[in-house]
Design a protein around this ligand. Structure first.
Ligand code: SAM
Length: 195
């Protein structure tokens, strides 16, 4: 009951005009047939949007550590009539996904949850196709009294860039249209793919 209330709130927050979800999705250049992992899917706001974009020939892996969140997404997917969403229960530092299968890994507002983000994203490389990308969005630190600052639900963008560099990625594109969050897209450094 509380979980459902919380996740509906999370989805309402993601849908706020200031968070520019449509512009985020446009920036990802998603094509029909894409395989996408939404890591830290929460209430599935983006999972459900991606499912519509990739169509019947695509797949969206909704990944989360909370079984109740995945149950919520399953129910929402049924309401929306999507049968291309695969629910993946992860542990804090490991996730099971098909090897070399993903066009996109998307992680919105979850990077700050990771204790070893560099190691985490290093481990995810094996799930990407050679052309695959990783999109990371996380809150920028800000002063004042807010949920984000009180619970430290943020990461300085330079930390994201450094961790991803260390994990074997290079920056493909960086967007500045989100006022409260950093939004960066990465690809795997070619010479490191075999490693
Ligand atoms: C703030 S919510 C963001 C939800 C969603 N991405 C959004 O933008 O609305 C963070 C989510 O990440 C999940 N999470 C935290 N650590 C995780 C991990 N190591 N692997 C997968 N999911 C994780 C949490 O359970 C939660 O659902």
């Amino acid at each position: 009951m509380f979980t459902s209330f919380f996740l509906k709130m999370l989805n309402r927050e993601a849908a706020l005009p200031k968070h520019k979800s449509e512009r985020i999705i446009e920036s990802l250049h998603i094509q029909e047939g894409y395989a996408i992992a939404d890591i830290g899917a929460g209430g599935g706001y983006f999972t459900l949007k991606f499912a519509e974009k990739v169509g019947k020939t695509g797949k969206v892996y909704a990944v989360d550590t909370q079984p109740k969140y995945l149950d919520f997404i399953r129910r929402e997917a049924e309401c929306q009539g999507d049968d291309n969403i695969i629910l993946v229960l992860a542990t804090e530092d490991a996730v099971g996904l098909p090897e070399s299968a993903l066009d996109l890994i998307f992680a919105r507002n979850m990077f700050h949850h990771l204790t070893e983000p560099g190691q985490y994203f290093h481990n995810l490389k094996r799930f990407l196709k050679p052309t695959g990308k990783v999109a990371i969005i996380d809150h920028k630190p800000k002063g004042g009294f807010s949920f984000v600052s009180l619970f430290r639900h943020h990461t300085p963008e330079e930390v994201i860039l450094q961790e991803m560099e260390n994990a074997g990625y290079y920056l493909v594109e960086s967007f500045d249209f989100l006022s409260e969050q950093a939004f960066d897209i990465f690809a795997v450094k070619r010479f490191e793919r075999a490693g």
